[in-house]
Ligand binder design. Structure first.
Ligand SMILES: C[S@@+](CC[C@H](N)C(=O)[O-])C[C@H]1O[C@@H](n2cnc3c(N)ncnc32)[C@H](O)[C@@H]1O
Length: 263
């Protein structure tokens, strides 16, 4: 039973706490993305764009590795956090407030990525398709879009409906939980409760929110990608992030990293 005072709010309005929880486990994702760029792009990847970049927990690390980076996100506070960190490391504040379903870049990038289900925040077919069309226009031919998402399991298979993580930096600890509230496959959505329990020496509280995701089966995501000109599924992996273990996209797949090649 939770005894912390509760704040009902947008979890993404608390970038410091988000970044601590989701930013702690960055290395496997970062290394895997670099391997994907080497394996699936024939030229050197020097410029990157992350739609729905949030706090830019991966972007600033790519900037430190020498790449040109940029991103967008609907959440103003996350973008401010992202840009302040980029500036702190001596880079241009290249993250902008914007909608990933409707954006245009001044010049094309070599690759883009969106790894942890943010794409599923786009809750209609039209928005999701428009997003992929924007991405296709933003990437150079031969470049890739790395898209990571959970898929709806085949009928009869169990799903994981709750997860929790904890992270500590200095005197700040954040325990994060996510749990299923409602799932409706025919209507293509699932709603999750999210909570951050925040502990500092002077205050302890809980932030609670709900987020909604569009659901995708294997065939639904394949059909969507096929409907977009200049993007095709070149290869697939899963969330183990193992470059030597590409997977076959079939009805048993639950979490997938799609390599969408810009043709
Ligand atoms: C799970 S977070 C991921 C953030 C970041 N990509 C990461 O890996 O840490 C999802 C992000 O999607 C953003 N978002 C949701 N809908 C969006 C939209 N239509 N356009 C841009 N950003 C959006 C939220 O504000 C939030 O920062």
């Amino acid at each position: 039973m939770n005894s912390l005072p509760v704040i009902d709010g947008d979890i993404y309005d608390f970038p410091k706490y988000y970044d601590l929880v989701y930013g702690s486990d960055w290395k496997a994702e970062f290394d895997f993305l670099r391997q994907l760029f080497q394996r699936h792009v024939e030229f050197d990847v020097n410029s990157l764009f992350e739609p729905a970049c949030g706090t830019g927990r991966l972007l600033y690390r790519f900037a430190r590795a020498g790449l040109q980076v940029a991103g967008n996100d609907l959440n103003r506070k996350s973008i401010q956090f992202c840009n302040q960190r980029l500036a702190r490391y001596g880079f241009e504040p290249t993250a902008t407030v914007g909608d990933m379903s409707c954006f245009e870049l001044d010049s094309c990038v070599d690759a883009a990525f969106n790894t942890i289900n943010s794409f599923r925040h786009l809750n209609t077919h039209a928005l999701a398709k428009s997003h992929l069309e924007c991405v296709a226009r933003a990437i150079k031919p031969g470049g890739i879009y790395v898209l990571g998402l959970h898929l709806s399991p085949a009928e009869g298979l169990d799903t994981c409906d709750a997860e929790s993580w904890s992270a500590t930096r200095g005197l700040l600890t954040v325990n994060s939980r996510i749990w299923l509230v409602e799932r409706n496959y025919p209507e293509r959505y699932e709603t999750f409760g999210m909570a951050f329990d925040v502990y500092t020496p002077t205050k302890q509280f809980q932030i609670q929110d709900q987020v909604s995701f569009r659901t995708y089966t294997v065939s639904q995501i394949q059909e969507l990608v096929e409907s977009v000109e200049h993007l095709e599924i070149a290869c697939c992996y899963d969330f183990r992030y193992e470059i030597e273990r590409p997977i076959k996209l079939d009805e048993t797949v639950e979490d997938v990293v799609l390599i969408l090649q810009r043709t």
